[in-house]
Design a protein around this ligand. Structure first.
Ligand code: ATR
Length: 286
């Protein structure tokens, strides 16, 4: 499809952005869905966030992804913020809906979708989340909104886990929350249904590390998820597979958060997981 006078534009704002593969995904989705839209990246200096959002408004850019370090900074300049994004306290997607800028956070949503897509249940389950940083916050809020029964948040810096606990208990009264240090043992894991790693342990430069001691024998029903996607099989997931557990790979969250942003900008629902997965494989990204 040629660019013409009606072609819509979506973008990423962040600093830096050169490494991003969001353009591959969104330009591919636009082509596949026959939507006249292009996606590009803008490297926005931290002191230029307000101007960047004014630019989105002035130019009628239909939507934007927001990445590090602007996910919080953009919030005061938006007209409306989705409830869960407000609770998370960060926005990764902006929809310019007829001149009104609405903020969303599709990170946690993308994660929840990736678990459900594999046929696992989260509703009324006990979920243990390793880490209490930005990614954990998005995931924990979406899990609570989805209706998990209990959340155990494990983090070395306990104060961060405490802040997250208070956030969840103040907005989701039906969810039980407990916090503990990131030293998980068999007793703590015994009644956990789903385990999620949101720390960078296992990621390329830390690929020989795992947030769980590999000598631990997990309960047979445990589902193990990692949000680290390079390498595809992290040390944690390999440990889980050794014990014949079901696993959810990090790439699922990445793909689903992108698809959710695309759906918001274009106000539609699409089935595109498999084709985006193949695209990323073809490009050597996964
Ligand atoms: P992100 O936005 O990717 O979640 P972040 O906000 O920096 O990144 O959060 C990183 C999380 O991983 C934090 O929970 C951090 O623990 P602390 O709060 O105790 O710092 C955790 N983390 C990072 N490196 C870690 C390591 N080497 N061992 C254990 N936890 C680690």
């Amino acid at each position: 499809m040629e660019i013409n006078g009606k072609t819509k534009l979506a973008c990423l704002i962040g600093h830096p952005v050169a490494h991003s593969f969001s353009p591959y995904i969104h330009n591919f989705l636009a082509k596949e869905q026959r939507i006249d839209l292009r996606y590009t990246c803008f490297d926005v200096e931290p002191n230029k966030v307000k101007e960047a959002l004014e630019g989105i408004r002035a130019l009628g850019i239909v939507g934007s992804n927001v990445t590090i370090p602007h996910k919080i900074e953009v919030m005061p300049y938006l007209d409306e913020i989705d409830r869960n994004a407000q609770i998370i306290g960060a926005v990764n997607t902006i929809h310019n809906k007829e001149g009104k800028l609405i903020g969303y956070n599709t990170d946690g949503l993308g994660f929840v979708k990736s678990v459900l897509a594999e046929g696992h249940v989260l509703k009324n389950k006990h979920v243990m989340v390793l880490g209490a940083g930005g990614a954990s916050r998005a995931i924990v809020v979406e899990l609570a909104a989805h209706g998990v029964r209990k959340l155990t948040i494990c983090n070395n810096t306990l104060e961060k886990a405490k802040v997250l606990e208070e956030k969840v208990t103040s907005h989701f009264q039906n969810v039980q929350v407990e916090i503990m240090p990131l030293q998980v043992n068999e007793t703590a894991l015994a009644d956990v249904d789903v385990l999620i790693n949101t720390t960078p342990l296992g990621m390329s430069s830390k690929k020989d590390l795992s947030p769980i001691d590999e000598k631990i024998v997990p309960p047979a029903h445990l589902v193990v998820c990692d949000i680290v996607y390079t390498p595809h099989d992290t040390k944690l997931l390999k440990w889980a597979m050794t014990h014949n557990l079901k696993v959810v790979h990090g790439i699922g969250m990445l793909i689903n958060q992108a698809i959710s942003s695309f759906e918001i900008w274009n106000e539609l629902e699409i089935e595109a997981y498999e084709s985006v997965y193949c695209l990323l494989k073809e490009k050597g990204i996964i």
